[in-house]
Design a protein around this ligand. Structure first.
Ligand code: HAM
Length: 424
């Protein structure tokens, strides 16, 4: 059909089957995260632009060219959230969540918006489930967050996700590394893509994860952050790895994990799967001990966000089909249409999903419709059945059709009590 108004590029409609999958993932995440004491929060989709500009960093791709920013009717600059961590920290500081003591363990889910070039697994509106532990600086928090994530993939039946970890240092050791990296990059400048040449001054660490082959080649022999870590950062990182190992979580140290957001320090990680192709990260996160300072606060934190569309692509849905109707009730004669309505309502009251014909079609057309709904059984009600208090039940999987009394039917399919002595 040719229509004149279409969805915005990179913004997708999520139909019933995919919405079911998202919902399934969200429900499983809610259950799983609560095992570790995380509680759900709901955060605004619109935030002051400054929150992301300061939090994520002016020199990042997200802030430079991917934000949906506009002015509201008051002339205030607002941005559709490109991610959730900056909002979570703002909410933590603004809502005084620290006053509850200990580590604030929260998670959220919902749409995020980035003006990226759309392709498979990369959209302009996409869905994340994010989790943050705010208020704890120690390595055990990092290890628990990564363990939780790794176990979540197992729970979802996705066992080929690899966890890559790195340390990005802290404000005392990172500047030394940054300088060593800049010195190296200046030496290979003519082999870098124009984007990376610009990054030398704006965000040199990002050159490390540039995918352009000539850049990858030029970066062979570049200094790595790990050999520049200060003693505290080194100790933190080795403790994280030690605890992960003790927890049985397999992770690989990858110095190329630099992350595209400025707020990270120390532990950074990505969960990747080769089956995703170019957009291989299904989840990513890290520690952000200095993000709060951008908002006038002081609180360490660590977390991750997982891409719901990407996880849905990795899961086996054949063994988890979206639920269909339990019954379709067909009216064999015009006189049985009202009794069909009553029967359907009685079944729904017993929590059975029931479809009926609302267009007063012939029995044959109703049977075709029943087949399309995926209902497991069709109940046929006609004049004979009404007279004798019976129903015809056709099982779509076996093709068997039988006549049962209404009472028997409700007993066997809706768990209604068996008759007491003397009752028929
Ligand atoms: P991120 O790496 O920007 O981190 O995004 C996390 C995940 O969201 C990615 O690994 C990917 O699965 C998914 N994702 C990102 N962009 C898109 C897109 N355009 N289309 C589809 N999926 C996408 C963050 O957002 C940080 N807030 C994570 C975090 C939480 N760090 C600490 N706490």
């Amino acid at each position: 059909m040719s229509i004149s108004i279409r969805a915005i590029r990179g913004f997708r409609d999520i139909g019933p089957d995919e919405a079911y999958r998202h919902r399934f993932i969200e429900d499983q995440a809610r259950d799983h995260f609560s095992l570790y004491g995380y509680r759900e929060v709901r955060l605004p989709i619109l935030e002051p632009t400054e929150l992301f500009a300061r939090g994520i960093g002016e020199g990042t791709d997200i802030v430079e060219k991917e934000m949906y920013t506009f002015q509201d009717r008051n002339g205030t600059s607002l941005t559709l959230r490109p991610e959730g961590t900056a909002s979570a920290m703002r909410a933590y500081l603004e809502g005084g969540w620290s006053a509850q003591g200990g580590i604030a363990k929260i998670f959220y889910h919902g749409p995020m918006f980035r003006y990226e070039r759309p392709q498979k697994g990369r959209y302009r509106q996409f869905y994340q489930i994010g989790l943050e532990a705010i208020g704890g600086a120690g390595p055990l928090v990092d290890a628990e967050v990564i363990t939780l994530l790794s176990r979540f993939f197992n729970k979802m039946g996705v066992d080929d996700v690899r966890i890559l970890v790195n340390s990005l240092g802290c404000p005392s050791c990172r500047p030394v590394y940054r300088q060593a990296l800049v010195d190296f990059l200046e030496g290979v400048e003519e082999d870098l893509c124009s984007n990376c040449v610009r990054r030398i001054t704006v965000n040199p660490l990002r050159v490390l994860d540039c995918k352009v082959p000539s850049c990858r080649e030029a970066m062979d022999g570049a200094p790595g952050m790990l050999s520049f870590l200060c003693a505290d950062c080194r100790e933190h990182f080795s403790k994280v790895q030690e605890v992960l190992e003790a927890a049985g979580v397999v992770s690989t140290v990858d110095p190329g994990i630099v992350r595209g957001l400025d707020y990270y320090s120390r532990t950074a990680f990505e969960a990747v799967c080769d089956r995703l192709g170019a957009q291989s990260a299904v989840a990513a996160g890290g520690r952000y001990d200095f993000l709060a300072a951008e908002m006038g606060g002081d609180a360490p934190g660590i977390g991750f966000a997982l891409g719901v569309e990407r996880l849905a692509m990795l899961m086996d849905w054949e063994s988890r089909p979206s639920p269909s109707l339990d019954f379709f009730v067909a009216a064999a004669t015009p006189a049985s249409r009202t009794p069909v309505l009553r029967l359907a309502e009685r079944l729904r009251a017993a929590s059975k999903a029931v479809g009926i014909d609302l267009e007063e079609k012939s029995l044959k057309a109703q049977m075709r419709q029943a087949g399309k709904t995926g209902a497991a059984r069709v109940i046929i009600l006609g004049d004979d059945e009404m007279r004798s208090g019976t129903l015809q039940i056709r099982d779509f999987t076996t093709g068997n059709q039988e006549t049962v009394t209404e009472k028997e039917f409700f007993r066997s399919f809706c768990g209604e009590p068996s008759p007491t002595k003397g009752e028929s």
